[in-house]
Design a protein around this ligand. Structure first.
Ligand SMILES: Nc1ncnc2c1ncn2[C@@H]1O[C@H](COP(=O)(O)OP(=O)(O)OP(=O)(O)O)[C@@H](O)[C@H]1O
Length: 448
């Protein structure tokens, strides 16, 4: 069985250290006296204390989004997500605080300057698209360019390209009414992509789609992102969606950002009870990776230890099998106790002859959801290997199950490697005692 590649986090290499969007101490208060309300909030007033005259939609939000990052803003309805995103593209002026986009301040600037920043850098994708019913897919996709004043020929050419990118090749001349909901959403995405801005703001963009189409769109967005390297700020109230898409997630509650972290941070180390409650029902299997749950491999023998060395390790660990490593910890495969026993008895010293090379291996990035089948099929823990096939760790079945419950695996005793040896100790001892002067019984590198 080969390496399982998880596409999910493959795009991470795209994230650069340069900042694309930055928000500093952002406040947005609706109501009679917004500035005074901000001063009160700064002195510790809560959102509830300002009601009913003022609504503090966003309170003291600060963060930086890196170029090429997918930054998800997640929270329940009314937590302030839409207000926040609207301040990021200048649709709403902050009551206090500042926003910069690609290094340019967008608060307190003229309408003209703001329009330029928006046209050059930021596109929005909404939940419901205002697609023009009497225009074709191609014309709808070209609309953003039309607004920018791009000539007809160029805009149709650029729109044609993105229509293909979003998977609507062959549908250019159809009307929106001839398209399914998912396809209409793709037209909206094409419209945003056609403008070739670096930043996409997506507000509940997939929330109206049915679950299967929604997942398809999420996957496509990741692929697009990997290909085009856009910076994406994605709003959702769905934690699974946030976890699937986000490089980092900002969790909002009652106008405040209560935690910013990677999906794994949020899942394994929620900042408070609110976040913990949110993550309780998340599909952990899609978020956690092999690297985050693997354990040190115990039943490990270097090839040079030979059959006797292997048998010794298996006896000491009561293991029915062991991983065999070549130079630089390269995983060569697995040996079973009965085969090793036979070799020792027949004085065959070449362990390589009985190595089974078909053992399941995965990359450290593999999502746990991809490991179930392997875990069921494999009698041994799954081996986690790097790109040079070096053994990094193992995932026993119990660990996999524990990781999916809320059980901290680290406080559990390390499970005995499976399968447990069924050869009686006395027989192992007797076999090892025969010709015990053999030099191949080294235990170097046996335990890691
Ligand atoms: N123009 C406005 N005038 C007054 N109050 C507003 C305005 N816009 C938003 N609010 C209030 O600000 C708070 C945050 O709203 P916002 O729409 O940003 O939340 P949200 O997290 O995006 O919720 P949803 O997912 O329901 O859109 C809510 O209490 C909302 O009623």
């Amino acid at each position: 069985m080969g390496l399982i590649n998880s596409h999910v986090r493959a795009f991470k290499e795209n994230v650069s250290s340069a900042t694309s969007v930055s928000a500093k101490n952002l406040y947005k208060v609706f109501g009679r006296r917004p500035k005074e309300a901000v001063a009160r909030l700064q002195q510790g007033a809560t959102r509830a204390e300002l009601a009913p005259h003022e609504t503090a939609a966003v309170i003291d939000a600060s963060f930086e989004v890196k170029k090429g990052e997918i930054f998800v803003v997640m929270g329940l309805s009314g937590s302030g997500k839409s207000t926040l995103i609207r301040m990021l593209n200048g649709l709403l002026e902050p009551t206090s605080g500042s926003v910069t986009v690609e290094g340019k301040a967008i608060s307190g600037v003229s309408a003209g300057e703001l329009r330029t920043v928006r046209q050059k850098h930021v596109s929005m994708v909404f939940q419901h698209f205002a697609l023009f019913p009497h225009r074709t897919v191609l014309d709808n996709a070209a609309y953003g360019l039309e607004v920018q004043g791009v000539g007809k020929r160029e805009r149709l050419e650029r729109a044609g390209k993105v229509v293909k990118i979003v998977g609507l090749d062959g549908w250019q001349d159809k009307l929106p009414s001839e398209l399914s909901g998912g396809m209409q959403q793709r037209v909206g995405l094409a419209r945003a992509l056609a403008t070739e801005t670096d930043i996409l703001l997506m507000d509940e963009a997939f929330s109206a789609l049915d679950p299967l189409i929604r997942r398809e769109m999420q996957e496509q967005l990741l692929e697009l992102q990997a290909e085009l390297g856009k910076t994406i700020i994605f709003i959702t109230h769905d934690l699974n969606e946030a976890m699937f898409l986000g490089d980092r997630i900002a969790v909002m509650r009652d106008g405040r950002i209560v935690q910013i972290g990677t999906p794994e941070d949020i899942l394994t180390d929620p900042a408070n009870d609110y976040v913990a409650q949110f993550v309780q029902d998340v599909d952990r299997a899609r978020v956690l990776t092999a690297a985050s749950v693997m354990e040190p491999a115990r039943a490990v023998v270097p090839l040079t230890a030979g059959p006797r060395g292997a048998l010794r390790v298996m006896r000491d660990l009561q293991a029915g099998a062991a991983f065999v490593l070549g130079r630089d910890r390269t995983l060569l495969g697995v040996v079973r106790d009965s085969h090793v026993m036979r070799q020792v008895k027949s004085n065959d010293t070449d362990l390589a002859r009985i190595i089974n090379k078909d053992h399941a291996t995965v990359s450290p990035d593999a999502a746990l959801v991809d490991l179930f089948e392997l875990a069921v099929e494999s009698p041994l823990p799954i081996a986690v290997v790097d790109e040079k096939h070096r053994l990094l760790g193992v995932i026993p079945r119990v660990t996999l199950l524990a990781a999916l419950g809320n059980v901290p695996t680290t406080t559990m005793p390390i499970p005995v490697i499976e399968p447990v040896s069924i050869i009686p100790n006395s027989e192992l001892d007797a076999t090892l005692a025969q010709g015990a002067d053999s030099s191949s019984t080294t235990q170097d590198g046996v335990l890691v």
